[in-house]
Each structure stands twice: as C-alpha cells, then as structure tokens.
Design a protein around this ligand. Structure first.
Ligand code: FAD
Length: 425
C-alpha cells in the first residue's frame, strides 16, 4: 500500500520528547509521521548512552507519568534495574534517576510507536519547510533514496537543536556560550581501588602543557582524573564549544569527542595498573547538553523555575536542580523543599506561529531554567503534552494551539496516564 503523503502531524526527532509526542497523537487517532535522523529511537537516552532518565518524582510523589514513564519503567524492569522508591525524598537528585539498558528501551519504543499506528521513518531528516500559518505545511524529507515531499497540518519540532524551527523560519535564540557536550564511554581492564590516582593527577600539569591531555578531557573542574577513573569513563569528559545545529558542526563534535577519548585512554594506559585498560563500549554520538532554543510566546526564566511558578497554561511538571556546566565548574542550585516547577504550553509555541509546536530541550527559556527542564523526564512530559494539543487541534480543524480547549487536551493526556498541573482558581 502506498503510504499517505498528507499527515495530521509530522514529528521531527525521535528522542525523549518526540517519541511520546508521536505516540500520544497517534493513539488519539491522528495520522502521524515520525522522522528520525538516526537508526534508533530514544535520542540522547539511547544513541548517546545517557541511559539514566530523570526525574519523575519530587518530594515523595510522582509528578511525571504517562507514555515516557511507562516505557522507562518497563525498560528498567526488563533491564533488571530496581526502581527508586518515589515515596522517599532523595538526598541527592541523581539517586532517583532510572538506570536502564538503552537497547532495551529502544526496542520497547519501536514496539510502542508501531502499535500506536504512527508511521516511522528512520534515517530521515527534514530538508525544507514551506507554507504559511493556517495552511498545511509542505515539507521535503531527505532519506537514503533522496527527497520526498509530504504535507502536514501540524509540525512538532523535537530535534533538540531546533532544526525544524530553523527551517520554518522561527525566531531562535543562540546563547553566546553553550554547555559542553559529553561522549559517553565505558572503560574496563583495571580496578579503580588499586590505582594511585594522586600519582596520576600529579602528571596532569605536564600532560596539559605538552598537549597530551586537554583540560576539557578532565571534565568537571579540569584538574583531576579521579572521577573518570572511579566511574570507568561514563559521563566524564567535556567537549567544549559545540555547534550541534548543522551537519558540519556535528561532524566536528564527533571527531573532537572521539579524539578526546583516545587521548585519555592512551595517557591512562601508561599508568601502573592500567596497562590492560580498554574501551568496552562508546556511544555512537556525542551527547549535546545545549544548542539554540526557540523564542516562544512565553519564556521560562530561572526565577519562574526556582519559585515553582504554576502557569495558567501549565501542561506538565518538571523537577531537577539547576545544572549548568560552565568552564568554571557546575552552577548547581537545588529547589526549595516542596517546590515543583511547571512548564507552560506557550513556551512550546514559537512566537507568532500557528500549527507549529516544539518540545524538549529547545523550548523557550533562559539558560539556567533550560539546564534543569532539559532533562529526559521533563522532555517526555512536554512531548506527550504537545502531541495531545496538536492532535486535538488537527482532528477538529483548529489552527492555533491556544484555541484548543484546555479540558480537551488535559483529558487526552490523562487518558494516556499523564499528569497535568491544575492552575489555581
Ligand atoms: C552528557 C549528558 C548528561 C545528561 N544527564 C542527564 C541525566 O542524568 N538525566 C536526564 O534525565 N537527562 C540528562 N541529560 C539531558 C537529556 O538527556 C537531554 O536534554 C534530553 O535527552 C533532551 O531530549 P530531546 O528529546 O529534547 O532531545 P534529544 O535527546 O537530543 O533527541 C532529539 C532526537 O532528534 C533527532 N534529530 C536531531 N536532529 C534531527 C533532524 N534534523 N531530523 C530528524 N531527527 C533529528 C536525534 O537523532 C534524536 O533522536 C544529559 C545530557 C547529556 C548530553
């Protein structure tokens, strides 16, 4: 059967935000196409090996559930990882992240996407977007077989890097500084307890002077390899000055990141007790913490976030400390007890645009707020919410997301297990 070329929704990017967006809309009966540039769904969680999504609870209570959570919960169970007890308040935020096998999650996502009735195209990117507000969008996709034209009533940008928004001419914000990326990798062949880390750290100044190591190879603080050695690689090195917006920039990131890993490995293999060190696995792409964001109808500020502002158009909760990686170290600020921020639909609508929504780490907010709401649990909740709003709109011929009755999208989200904050009064 020839696939349809007109869709209610085109979701671009199959990461933590895009997958729930596509599944939610398809389960509501919308005709959905999900396009993903790589060969695997799950985005940073799977492709980049950041397989510890968070946070789904706050202050003893689950605040994010629904489509993303169900996939994460099932993947954790199938991976044999115990779930944290959400009725307890975690002392440190990361204690309630969910550890899972990324490949297991990717396989569960495949099943859920296909079962929802959503059409999926992997290895596909958007090449161009045309159309004006109130009309269907004309989109050229680029795949292995060249260009393909489709049209869609609604576009949802879940690329993380705001690629679809850029192609559609939306106003964007690129901070002068960006957080570093990280290539996740795992080392084996040594026992960290047997390694004389102070002796290794004493060699670092000379290694930095000679160029054998770069300070960003040392990640946080830039002075010690203790974290990297103790954690056997993982989330340890920083890749500075990342440009994840275009293919040239992404190419440079991947090459720079792999060079950093091999530099560290070659340096460490010369150290006593680490002669047999080897890389047991490495993510296929470098993880990106920050790119540009859209300029939305509303922007979430760090004050909004830290004060737990309850927006009138809140679609979901978000809970994470401010976690901005800078050259000087980590800007880390925990929320006051009982505070649970919310995220507004209007921060997911590019300014002045209709039939266009955004979810994930490129929604509208300042850098500090973004450093918290960019996490996977929040992206999943945003994705499910915009999928619901766009499906409600597309199925009833509404062009403006703000005109979709709240009761409708709220009940659509709740019917798929999601949690929607209740505005005061
Ligand atoms: C090193 C690191 C550590 C982190 N630690 C944590 C943590 O501990 N816990 C946590 O919850 N979060 C953590 N995060 C943050 C979190 O993983 C991301 O912010 C989150 O995954 C963003 O989700 P997203 O869906 O917006 O984007 P992404 O995860 O980036 O997914 C975007 C998807 O879109 C695809 N795509 C991109 N461009 C295109 C295009 N043009 N066309 C088609 N498809 C495209 C990508 O391949 C990808 O699948 C970390 C991130 C990094 C990099």
């Amino acid at each position: 059967m020839t696939p349809p070329t007109t869709y209610d929704l085109l979701v671009c990017g199959g990461g933590p935000a895009g997958v729930p967006a596509a599944i939610q809309a398809a389960r509501q009966g919308a005709n959905v196409l999900l396009v993903e540039k790589s060969g695997m769904l799950g985005g940073t969680t799977t492709l980049n090996g950041v397989a510890f999504p968070g946070l789904f609870d706050a202050w003893g209570k689950q605040i994010i559930s629904g489509i993303g959570w169900e996939l994460v919960r099932q993947a954790a169970e199938d991976s044999g990882s115990p779930l944290p007890d959400f009725s307890e308040v975690a002392e440190r935020h990361w204690q309630h992240q969910i550890r899972l096998c990324p490949t297991t999650l990717a396989m569960l996502i495949d099943e859920a996407v296909l079962e929802s009735g959503c059409e999926l195209q992997l290895h596909t990117m958007v090449a161009s977007v045309s159309g004006s507000d109130g009309e269907d969008w004309q989109v050229q996709l680029c795949g292995k077989d060249g260009l393909q034209s489709v049209s869609a009533k609604w576009l949802i940008d879940c690329t993380g890097d705001a690629n679809l928004s850029a192609l559609a001419g939306c106003e964007l914000l690129l901070p002068p500084e960006l957080q570093p990326g990280t290539l996740m990798f795992k080392l084996e062949g040594y026992q960290s307890a047997e390694i004389d880390i102070p002796a290794i750290d004493a060699l670092i100044p000379e290694a930095l002077r000679s160029g054998e190591l770069h300070s960003s190879d040392l990640g946080w603080g830039g002075k010690s390899l203790a974290h990297l050695i103790h954690s056997y690689g993982q989330n340890s090195i920083h890749i500075p000055k990342v440009n994840a917006m275009d293919s040239r920039g992404k190419t440079e990131i991947e090459l720079t990141a792999r060079k950093a890993v091999i530099r560290v490995v070659r340096f460490l293999k010369k150290q006593p007790g680490m002669e047999n060190l080897k890389i047991s696995c490495c993510a296929s792409e470098c993880g990106i913490r920050e790119t540009r964001t859209i300029v939305g109808e509303t922007s979430v500020s760090v004050d909004d976030y830290m004060s737990g502002r309850l927006w009138d158009d809140a679609v979901c909760y978000s809970y994470y400390p401010i976690d901005l990686h800078t050259d000087e170290g980590l800007d880390y600020r925990v929320l006051d007890a009982g505070t649970v921020p919310t995220l507004p639909l209007s921060a997911m609508i590019p300014k002045g645009r209709k039939q266009f929504l955004v979810a994930g780490r490129c929604i509208s907010g300042d850098r500090l707020a973004n450093s918290a709401f960019r996490v996977q649990g929040s992206c999943m909740a945003m994705g499910q919410a915009v999928g619901a709003v766009a499906a409600c709109a597309a199925l009833s011929g509404i062009h403006d997301a703000t005109n979709v009755p709240r009761a409708e999208w709220k009940s659509a989200i709740e019917s798929q297990g999601g949690i929607v904050p209740e505005p005061k009064g």
